[in-house]
Design a protein around this ligand. Structure first.
Ligand code: HSE
Length: 317
C-alpha cells in the first residue's frame, strides 16, 4: 500500500492509544537515558481528516493550548503533515493523566503519543526514528531544547539509550524486572529553568565518575546485575545542582535506600523523585517512606508504584 492509498483508507478512521510516562536521565545519563513506565499514562484519540490541519480537543482540566503551533502534540503532527505533502490532517482528543510539569515526561507523552497513533492509522508509513524526530519538536516547544530521553522510551518502550540525536542513534537496552516508586511534589520546576541553572563546564574527574556510572548502569541492566545497577545510580553533575529545587530530596533518597531501594534520583528535570526496587514489597515500602516524609511538609503530592513499560505507546483494548 503506498501512502496515497494508506491516507485514503484511513481518512475518517480513528485510533485510541495510551501513551506512557517516562523517567528521563535515569540519574547518571543526563539527556541520553530514559525508561517508559506502565503508570501513569495519557489517553489520546487521533482521527485522520481531509484537511491538512490539526484540530485539538482537551479532555482534561489542564487548559493546555489548543492552537497546534503552541501545543506539543500539535507541532509534532504539523511536521508529519508537512512530510506528507499536506495530503491529510488530524483531529485529536487528549486526556492528560500525566500532570504537566511533573518531570514524568508529560510533554513527550503528548507529542510521541500523537505521532505514533497517527502513524498506525497510516499503516506504519514512518519509521520509529522519523517519529522521534517529529516528537522532539514538541520537546523543543516545551523546554527550548530538542532532547529525546523521554520521547525515545515513550515510542520504543523499555529503557533506551540515545547515543546521539544528530544523527539519531537510539539503542534499546534490555532490563531485568524493576519496580519504580515515584513521588510528585506539586511545586513548579520548569524544565527550561532546570536546564538554565546547570553548569556549562565540568571537571574531568567528575566526567570520569559520570561515564563510569553510565557504563555501569547500562552493563548492570544488560546483565541483570542489581548490585551494579545500584552502585551506578549516582549523579555527580546534575543532581547536586537541581536537587536544591526539590524539598526533602536528600531525605527521600536516603530513607528510600534504608527501605531497600536500589537507588534513584530526580525524574527528568524534576520535581518528581523516582526510586528503583527489585521487588514490589520494597517499592511499596519506599512509597510509604515518601508519604511519611511529604505529609508533614504540607506540600500536595502524588505517589505511584509501577513497573517498566516494555511496549511504549500502545492501542487501547
Ligand atoms: N534530560 C532532560 C533534562 C529531561 O533533564 O532536562 C527533561 O524531562
Amino acid at each position: 500500500m503506498n501512502i496515497d492509498e494508506a491516507i485514503e483508507a484511513a481518512t475518517g478512521q480513528s485510533i485510541t492509544i495510551q501513551s506512557p510516562g517516562t523517567v528521563a536521565n535515569m540519574v547518571c545519563g543526563f539527556d541520553i537515558l530514559g525508561m517508559a513506565l506502565n503508570d501513569p499514562f495519557d489517553i489520546m484519540t487521533v482521527k485522520l481528516i481531509g484537511e491538512p490541519t490539526v484540530i485539538i480537543h482537551n479532555a482534561d482540566d489542564f487548559g493546555l493550548p489548543t492552537d497546534p503551533q503552541q501545543n506539543v502534540a500539535g507541532v509534532a503532527l504539523l511536521d508529519m503533515i508537512e512530510r506528507l505533502d499536506n495530503k491529510t490532517g488530524f483531529e485529536i482528543t487528549i486526556e492528560k493523566r500525566i500532570m504537566p510539569g511533573s518531570g514524568i515526561g508529560s510533554s513527550a507523552a503528548s507529542s510521541a503519543g500523537a505521532v505514533v497513533a497517527a502513524n498506525r492509522l497510516l499503516n506504519h508509513f514512518f519509521s520509529n526514528d522519523d517519529l522521534v524526530q517529529m516528537a522532539m519538536l514538541g520537546e523543543k516547544l516545551a523546554s527550548g531544547v530538542k532532547h529525546a530521553d523521554n520521547i525515545a522510551p515513550c515510542i520504543y518502550g523499555g529503557v533506551t539509550l540515545i547515543r546521539s540525536i544528530l544523527p539519531l542513534d537510539i539503542i534499546s537496552i534490555p532490563s531485568p524486572p524493576l519496580f519504580v516508586t515515584l513521588v510528585h511534589p506539586q511545586i513548579e520546576v520548569r524544565t527550561e529553568d532546570a536546564r538554565q541553572i546547570l553548569r556549562k563546564q565540568i571537571l574531568l574527574k567528575d566526567a570520569i565518575k559520570q561515564w563510569g556510572n553510565i557504563a555501569g548502569l547500562v552493563t548492570g541492566l544488560m546483565k541483570s546485575d542489581y548490585d551494579l545497577i545500584s552502585r551506578s545510580l549516582e549523579d555527580v553533575l546534575i543532581e547536586p545542582v537541581r536537587s536544591i529545587l526539590i524539598p526533602a530530596f536528600a531525605e527521600v533518597k536516603s530513607k528510600s535506600m534504608e527501605a531497600g531501594a536500589l537507588g534513584g534520583g530526580i525524574s527528568g528535570s524534576g520535581p518528581s523523585i523516582f526510586m528503583l526496587s527489585k521487588d514490589e514489597a520494597t517499592a511499596l515500602a519506599v512509597e510509604k517512606t515518601m508519604q511519611e516524609i511529604y505529609t508533614p511538609t504540607g506540600i500536595p503530592f502524588h505517589t505511584h508504584v509501577t513497573t517498566v513499560n516494555t511496549k511504549g505507546v500502545k492501542p487501547m483494548n
